[in-house]
Structure formats: C-alpha cells, structure tokens
Ligand binder design. Sequence first.
Ligand code: UTP
Length: 288
Amino acid sequence: MTRIRKAVFPVAGLGTRFLPATKTIPKEMLPVVDRPVIQHVVEEARAAGIEHFIFVTGRGKGAIEDHFDDAYELNAVLEQRGRKEDLLRLKSETPKPGQTSFTRQQEPLGLGHAVWCARELVGNEPFAVLLPDMLHDDATPCLATMIADHAHHGGNVIAAYSVPKEETHRYGILDLAGAAEGTPKIHGMVEKPKQGTAPSNFAISGRYILSPEIFKILETQHRGAGNEIQLTDAMVTLMQSQPFYAHLFRGRVHDTGHQLGFLTANIAYALKRDDISQALRTALKDLL
Ligand code: UTP
C-alpha cells in the first residue's frame, strides 16, 4: 500500500461570507485562539505523518506563504529578549525547508478545480486533501485515522460527520446504504440535496484521501452546483471504477468559514487551554 506523504490545502477561495474581514486578510489566517485556522489544520496533517504540504493559493493570499516561512527578524528579536520558549515553539511549528509548495489557482472556479491545480506537485500517488476552514476536534487527529483506514483497505477515504436531518441540504451528503458504524463503503454522494431527499445525515467534513486518478477526471469536469467545478462530482465518477470508504468522525467539527462556527471554535479551543479557560469561563458568565 502506498504511504500518504502529501497533503493539499485549497486556500484560494474568496471567503465572501467573512467580509469585510477577508477583504485584505485571507480567511485561513483568521486566528482560533492564537494561531491561524490554517495552522491548526497543518498541525493535524503533520500529526498524521504528512511530509509535504501543498497550498493552492490565489491573489491576496501571500500571508499564508509568509506564515509558514522562518521569520528571521522576529526570531532575532525574541532571541535578544531572552524569549527562548517562544522562539523554540515558533521554530518547531515551521515546516522544514522544502516541505512546502505553493501553486496558484488564478481563478476561484471551485474546490475541484483547486485540487486539480495541485496535480503536478502531487504526481502519481494517493494524497490527502484538507479543507482549512473545517476544524476537526478530537483526541485522535481525523486524518491520522483515515490514513490508518487507507493502509488497511486502500481505495479512497472520505471523512463524514452526522448533521441534523433538517440541515442536510446545506452539505455534501454520503449514501452509506443504511450503515452507520465502522468504515462503511460509500455507494453514492450528492452535493446539497433538496430538503427531504438526502440519502443519509452524514455530511462530508472536508478531509479526503484520494487516488491520483481523480486528476484525469477533474481535467474535464464541467461546472456543477453553484456554477463551480465540484470535487464531489469528480468523486462520483471515480466511484464507478474505485471503492470509496467513509470515516465516520465522532469528534466535533467546527466550520470556521462562517461567523457562528468561527466564534464557537474559538470558545471551544480556548476552553481547552489551561492558561485561559478559567478566566474565559468567568468572562462568559459575566457576559451572559
Ligand atoms: P468555501 O466555499 O468554504 O470557501 O471552500 P470560500 O469560497 O472562500 O467561501 P465563501 O463562500 O466565499 O465565504 C472551501 C475551501 O476551498 C477553497 C477555499 O479557500 C476554502 O478553504 N477553495 C474554494 C479554493 O481554494 N478555490 C475555490 O475556487 C473555491
């Protein structure tokens, strides 16, 4: 079984639901507690053994590239001020030289198109895709479990989580033929099904392990829902020739791409921090 070494992070979207904050700041750089959303997701990938981090960026996303670089002047100032711990933490969180690659989508034509833009950097091996605005909060990192699933049965793996029935029309939904345990085979998937027609209440949560054959399909993929080139549509085609399995994620998923999800994620992650949780509880009680 080929080991999963590479992960693609599509970060070329416009983040229109977060305007005006995202007029000049990439939405992936908005902080959850004290680190950008994208860093939480890169850390999940690193914890799962990913060695090469591929970012599909666009105009105005330069801050992401700078964030994963060594900040020479900042390091010098921290050193001068004797802030050794901060310096060591920053250094340990920065990918090693050569571990990151950046390519541009040029036009935000959709998630499927963004993934296709990474084809030359991924090459002919299975790879992971992580949507940076979806935080997966669990003691075991979501991608690590998916990689273990992949090592076990190969094929393609998609993470999914349970959402309320009345909200299924907002998500990509999996058809699991009634299965709701373990790593069931996926029989189909539909992007934003009409109310009452969803084949299950398991929504795609933004973590994928895909075989490289997806690129050939994406190359000729027509626009779908929202007039965008959809990854889901290409996966449906690939499903005709390759097996797909679901990883049913039981932790908490935070969609930080909209205000409520972003604020909830900040509170949830802050409540887990020993240094601020107590003070935050007091502040929240006070506010409420
Ligand atoms: P979203 O649809 O959540 O991001 O895409 P968006 O388009 O930036 O958000 P809104 O709706 O305008 O607020 C999920 C992920 O896919 C990336 C986004 O950057 C985000 O991380 N994406 C989306 C691309 O890289 N390219 C695209 O063409 C579309």
